[in-house]
Design a protein. Structure first.
Length: 237
């Protein structure tokens, strides 16, 4: 993959951020959590489900005060600082983790089906399969079965002896496909092509922490920006 120019990089980063916010919005709405979209922010108006932020910045330099009144503040709340350019310590937040946004141009035509078949990625198609998938991921109760009916979302799995051994989620939003919740032993093997089968000819985007970057970078992904997740720690005990 040829390196992305600065203008294209900025556009891809913005698309990645909005894609991630769309995915978080879908998860929140599946749990009955009301959400709000503003020019600078996406926010859950009640506490978001486990593992999901209560707010996400949608542009660099967003002012936290503009969204502070929209989220359920207090211990356990979290904010995804999509450009890693905020200081939320005065608001009682501490950094939870840093990560890198990544992207990959789509596979060439004709490559996707054979590669995906070879690594036996399949689309999760039932509530029973989703229950097995979430158990393997360690995310019990996070993904309601109603998400399976969303045409912009695919839960992907590698199964062995009737059990999920690797998985990922792909979500289509605007010009890109987000790849998230990647888990299992060497889970990136064949995943790019499996996503391409579901949503052909769309660039892939996502984010990974530094310790998990080597495998996607070896497949041709490029980093396009940094993010930071802030949180207010849960009370002890």
């Amino acid at each position: 993959m040829v390196a992305i120019g600065s203008d294209a990089r900025a556009r891809r980063l913005t698309a990645a951020v909005h894609n991630n916010a769309a995915w978080c919005d879908a998860v929140c709405r599946a749990h009955g959590v009301p959400t709000s979209w503003q020019s600078d922010w996406w926010a859950a108006r009640q506490r978001s489900p486990r593992f999901y932020p209560d707010a996400i910045t949608l542009r660099p330099g967003a002012a936290f005060a503009a969204v502070a009144g929209s989220v359920e503040a207090g211990r356990g709340s979290s904010v995804k600082d999509s450009w890693a350019d905020l200081d939320l310590e005065p608001y009682g937040f501490t950094p939870l983790f840093d990560a890198h946004w990544i992207t990959l141009n789509p596979p060439a035509r004709g490559e996707t089906v054979a590669a995906a078949d070879r690594f036996r990625w399949t689309v999760v198609g039932s509530a029973h399969e989703l229950l097995d998938w979430t158990a393997a991921h360690g995310a019990d109760g996070t993904f309601p079965p109603s998400l399976l009916a969303d045409p912009a979302i695919r839960f992907l799995a590698v199964r062995s002896a009737g059990r999920t051994v690797a998985g990922a989620i792909a979500n289509l939003s605007g010009p890109v496909v987000g790849v998230s919740n990647v888990f299992g032993e060497d889970p990136w093997q064949g995943l790019v092509h499996a996503v391409g089968n579901c949503f052909p000819q769309r660039p892939l985007v996502g984010y990974e922490q530094a310790a998990e970057l080597d495998r996607p970078l070896s497949l041709g992904f490029h980093t396009i920006g940094q993010l930071r997740v802030w949180h207010q720690p849960e009370a002890d005990g």
